[in-house]
Design a protein around this ligand. Structure first.
Ligand code: MF3
Ligand code: CO
Length: 263
């Protein structure tokens, strides 16, 4: 059974998740062609620690960094390093924090410089699919209703939904029950209850759905090397609608002519 959180716990997860949005916005202010992903990781780590929080991913199952930075064919869990951003990159920034023992988790995809129209559309529609999934997340509905909304929306465009990775519950651990697939059938899966906190994080591929893991043990990329986009919100299930605990507001307000921010 998935855990139902108290209002106090939900506010703690919100507090942590709001810092994640602020951190991704700070990273977005620094994005430009030529900056390395490890430099962006340092920006995030410093920002999080300056706010009295801990980077949640660092050390999680020995993950080495603060951010997952996943570029183009990398779907998720890209490890920051020497790679520099270049014009045309699709860059997913995934971040987690811990404040007072509670986790925050959210992700946003950006375009660097001039990006291909089909990549821009993939990002826009992946973001939209996240909100469609959220619209189905309320008490009485089921996990499969969320995945159905995401999948049916994106498959219309010929995109595919990654199956091997899923969203998750969130609380005093980064990954709690239930699993939240981005595909599914209406009315299937476990029932959503008021007070459950989950992360919905569609990973949508321009090409086929299959992915492979690189030899570093983390990086997940598309098998066909076509691009993939990723957006993530943490939400609390309410009686009539979800309460979005993370926020893209600060990210969407960033003004940086070097990158494209889907608003
Ligand atoms: N945000 C990712 C998720 O939701 C977590 C990254 S895995 C880690 O699953 F090891 F980097 F933490
Ligand atoms: Co997550």
């Amino acid at each position: 059974m998935a855990q139902v959180k108290s209002d106090i716990e939900i506010e703690k997860i919100r507090n942590s998740s709001l810092l994640v949005g602020k951190t991704i916005a700070e990273v977005a202010r620094h994005m430009r062609p030529g900056i390395s992903t490890i430099e962006l990781d340092k920006v995030a780590e410093t920002f999080i620690r300056d706010h009295g929080a801990l980077p949640a991913f660092k050390g999680y199952h020995s993950y080495p960094n603060t951010l997952c930075i996943s570029i183009n064919e990398v779907v998720v869990h890209g490890i920051p390093g020497k790679r520099e951003l270049v014009d045309g990159d699709l860059v997913s920034i995934d971040c987690g924090t811990i404040i007072d023992g509670y986790y925050g988790d959210s992700a946003f995809s950006f375009g660097v410089g001039e990006i291909a129209e089909e990549v821009l559309k993939l990002m826009e529609r992946t973001k939209e699919s996240l909100y469609r999934g959220i619209s189905a997340a309320m008490a009485g509905k089921r996990i499969g209703d969320i995945g159905f909304e995401v999948q049916s929306y994106v498959e219309e465009f010929g995109y595919s939904v990654v199956r091997d990775l899923v969203g998750h519950g969130l609380g005093t651990s980064l990954h709690e029950k239930p699993e939240v697939p981005n595909y599914g059938k209406r009315g299937s899966g476990s029932k959503l209850e008021e007070g459950m906190v989950i992360c919905i994080e569609p990973m949508i591929n321009l090409g086929g759905r299959t992915v492979v893991q690189e030899r570093d043990g983390w990086t997940i990329r598309t098998s066909d090397l076509k691009p993939s986009a990723h957006f993530e919100h943490a939400i609390a299930i309410g009686r009539e609608r979800a309460d979005i605990l993370s926020s893209f507001n600060e990210i969407e307000q960033v003004s940086n002519g070097n990158i494209h921010i889907i608003r």
